[in-house]
Design a protein around this ligand. Structure first.
Ligand code: GLU
Length: 508
């Protein structure tokens, strides 16, 4: 029988979720939905030293913002609840003990101070210390001490850890769905800690394997940084007798800096002016980091951009809805090599999504911003303005910069434009134009344009000079949309008023 696809996103709540983490969640989600499977959110919080308050909520809010729906998780519950590892703590010890009983793991009693001393002694000799088969029988472990001594130490309340007994000189053959076959010799690997008595908690490796097994995970899709742990994970499945139902693995390529070299970091974002987090983050210490949401990105654009960062559909298509991504996604088309982040392209995606919305939809998004600026505008007028300017905007907020003069008369006039156009006979021509405009009954764009045009031609005035000085009175600048669009939107009265103000302020 085909196994039901069940994947999990398993972040540790150690801070805000980096966009690389969001991409991991997204690929898991796409893979699950493509294959009619379940997407599980498991919080891996067994490292109490690295726990950051607020990080878990941040993770969930980020996924919700992106439209990544969770089938089973901390809030959603599910057949394998709880989904927070700190609440599953009593599950893990039995597996650590099982591994000791079967000879796959052992107790180690070295204190952190002793280990630090051994490490620096090795360093002094120019070596790096590894806790492995070369030393485990010479240190304070249950492989070296008598069973009675081990019992005595445990009963006396000495602290211990359980370490995996990495086999010596064995080739571990692994398969990765993205990278293909990988082989590693175990002699290059150390004996990882699986469990610590000090806080009665498993480490990542043990908790991760036990939970993936108990939660019936079919595929593990995660970042490349976990590839070095894969041999240990294979051997843990084998040691626990779970090889038959072990999940398949896929390790995703890194997200690289826009310049290519190295992993994309918050520092790159700060330097180059883009967020690396989905949402704004305020740390418990009060440090803040910007987020895509607060920077004005649509979640659909952010998700679309992320999906293509390491995966390609094999076609020229670039714009994908979530449903289209689900339809098109496959792990076979995820690349092995790092994916370079492109902030410019990310803005481009946002512009595409903005332009694809109806004028009325965008107007609805712009209205609250107008209100914040103290402008009360109606939907109809705002929609008309959006229609005129949408194509020039990347973010909704750009529309304010592009259109504020349509709501508020210019308070000042661009010096360059004034010097260039408000000279010679132009002010007098504008004064005369004012009377022409005042006489127009049907003040629509087409009608006003025709009348003004004919008037300028009949007088043999220089068209560019007159129109540019006219624009200056309306906009206060030499740029903006077509003059008669502006006239129609602000209306006859306001057009005349703006000319009067300009004549007054700039002189006739
Ligand atoms: N808790 C690990 C992390 O923070 C999960 C790694 C995995 O998916 O196995 O990335």
């Amino acid at each position: 029988m085909e196994r039901k696809v069940r994947v999990r996103f398993a972040p540790s709540p150690t801070g805000p979720l980096h966009m690389g983490g969001v991409r991991t969640a997204l690929y898991n989600y796409l893979f699950a939905k493509k294959n009619g499977g379940d997407f599980i959110l498991r919080i891996e919080d067994t490292d109490s030293h690295r726990f950051v308050p607020g990080a878990e909520d941040y993770i969930m809010e980020s996924l919700a913002w992106c439209g990544i729906a969770i089938d089973e998780g901390v809030r959603e519950g599910g057949p394998h609840a709880p989904y927070r590892q700190s609440e599953r703590r009593e599950i893990y010890l039995q597996y650590a003990l099982q591994l000791i009983d079967s000879g796959h793991a052992y107790y180690a009693f070295d204190t952190p101070e002793e280990l630090a001393a051994i490490r620096s002694a090795a360093e002094a000799e120019g070596k790096t210390f590894a806790y492995d088969f070369r030393v485990r029988e010479k240190l304070a472990t249950s492989l070296a001490l008598s069973p009675e001594e081990v019992r005595r130490r445990i009963d006396a309340g000495e602290q211990w850890v359980v370490r995996f007994r990495m086999p010596e000189n064995e080739e571990v053959h692994m398969h990765d769905l993205i990278r293909g076959d990988v082989t590693v010799n175990t002699s290059t690997l150390d004996d990882k800690v699986l469990y610590k008595s000090a806080d009665a908690l498993p480490t990542y490796h043990l908790a991760n394997i036990v939970d993936d097994h108990l939660m019936e995970i079919s595929h593990v899709i995660r970042g490349e940084e976990w590839l070095p742990s894969l041999p240990l994970h294979y051997l843990l499945y084998r040691a626990l007798g779970w090889s038959d139902t072990q999940p398949q693995f896929a390790h995703l390529p890194l997200l690289l800096k826009p310049t290519g070299g190295g992993k994309l970091s918050k520092r790159d974002g700060d330097k180059m002016g883009f967020p690396v987090f989905p949402l704004r983050w305020v740390s418990p210490e009060g440090e803040t980091a910007r987020g895509y949401r607060e920077d004005g990105y649509f979640p659909e654009a952010f998700v679309n951009m992320l999906a293509l960062l390491g995966w390609n559909p094999g076609t020229e298509q670039e714009i994908f809805s979530m449903d289209e991504l689900i339809e098109a996604f496959s792990l076979e088309r995820v690349s092995k090599s790092g994916a370079r982040f492109n902030p410019e392209k990310t803005r481009w995606f946002n512009a595409q999504y903005l332009h694809a919305k109806t004028d009325e939809e965008v107007a609805g998004l712009l209205l609250p911003l107008l209100r914040k600026k103290g402008v009360e505008a109606d939907l109809a007028k705002t929609t008309r303005i959006v229609a005129l300017l949408k194509e020039r905007a990347t973010f909704v907020s750009d529309l304010w910069d592009l259109s504020s003069f349509l709501f508020i008369a210019p308070q000042e006039y661009d010096a360059k434009g004034t010097a260039k156009f408000w000279k010679g006979e132009n002010p007098a021509r504008i004064a005369a134009l004012r009377e022409v405009l005042a006489g127009i009954g049907d003040f629509t764009k087409e009608n006003a344009e025709r009348i003004v045009h004919d008037w300028i031609v009949a007088r043999e005035y220089p068209m560019g000079q007159v129109m540019n000085s006219f624009r200056l009175t309306l906009v206060g600048a030499s740029s903006g949309p077509s003059i008669f669009d502006i006239c129609e939107i602000i209306g006859k009265e306001e057009t005349l008023r703006r000319i009067d103000t300009a004549l007054e302020k700039l002189g006739r």
